[in-house]
Ligand binder design. Sequence first.
Ligand SMILES: [Zn+2]
Length: 391
Amino acid sequence: MRRRPGGDRVTPAAGPGPFPEIVGQPRATGVLGRALSSGRLFPSLIFHGPPGTGKLATALAFCRALICPEGAGHPRDRCRACRRIDERALVHPDVCVVFPETRKKFEEGEPETEGAASLDLQERQAEAAANLAWQVLIDRIRQAIRFLHRRPSEGTRSVLIVDQANRMDAPAANALLKILEEPPPHAVLILTTSSLHALLPTIRSRCRAVPFQLVSRSEITSYLVEKRSMGPEEATLRSGLSGGRIGAALDLDLEEFRRRREDLFKVLEELARRGDPGIVVARAEVLARGAASLEEGLEILMTILRDLLLLGAALEAGPEAAAEAAPGLINYDLAPRLADLAARLGPRGPDLIQGLERTLEAIRRKGNRQLLVEDFFMGLLPGAALPAPPD
Ligand SMILES: [Zn+2]
């Protein structure tokens, strides 16, 4: 699904303790909360877990707790120190955040002004995530190390965050290793990475690992309803499509999703109603022509088929079970139409999902898009044999 550029994502809210704005990460906030309350801080931490689970947001919350004279857990909008440690505008002189970037960008960029100029961290992070060839550069790490060796300007701590630290090249990683071995007493280092094992063992062994996890659908739904004032229908859709990532739930362009889902749903209804291979070819052509968005289209299709599977099983158990299953659907705004379609597909539902998974996998391996989609659609026709695996 297309992301809204510069969406108004904020730190997820709701947990108790010193990190009220972080939701669904009890292990991470537990480790950090205990470190704060015991006063036994680890000088170096690795936040690891899937993208979109709030690692950078938590790193900044931890910075606020460490650096703000008021300590942890106070309302940050009224606090001058905390307001300057913000995802959309970092201006605090004792916090430095480093991202993967290009050498050209580094050379054009501001000379050592970390913390002095306002930095939109969400934007930088999204940019770096979209450009997989970018790296965390040795020169940037050297700059950051100089920052860490200086005394903090305001408080008693300086914090360096290296976002997507698994994308350091070897010289950068080795330079960082030196400061991990002997960090200045006022320094705290936080590395974030989607995979712990993508970092050098020598780096891992000098840091405390803090795990982040995908968040359950129900937690994301209640966060969207309670903290973002969304209706239950929208919240259910967004959480169902988020894959357990708060960031993805907030960024989803719902109007665009509904429009594409409606197109696909009509194709499914048409195919299940009329056994015409000619329609299959025509519809697959339209879908495959959407080139870059084909995978997204198939992912949407997947949510519909998952719902059909759930409803199909419930329908077999009787109308009461079907009514109970409805709130568990991702597309539960379409429940009556889904029930109708599930009844038409009958016991073929599970096989169709497997067929779609194979189709997605083959498209990722750059197979002939249109033929693959055709094969899958053929399986939807009444009385159709299942599509053969695309190998
Ligand atoms: Zn504060």
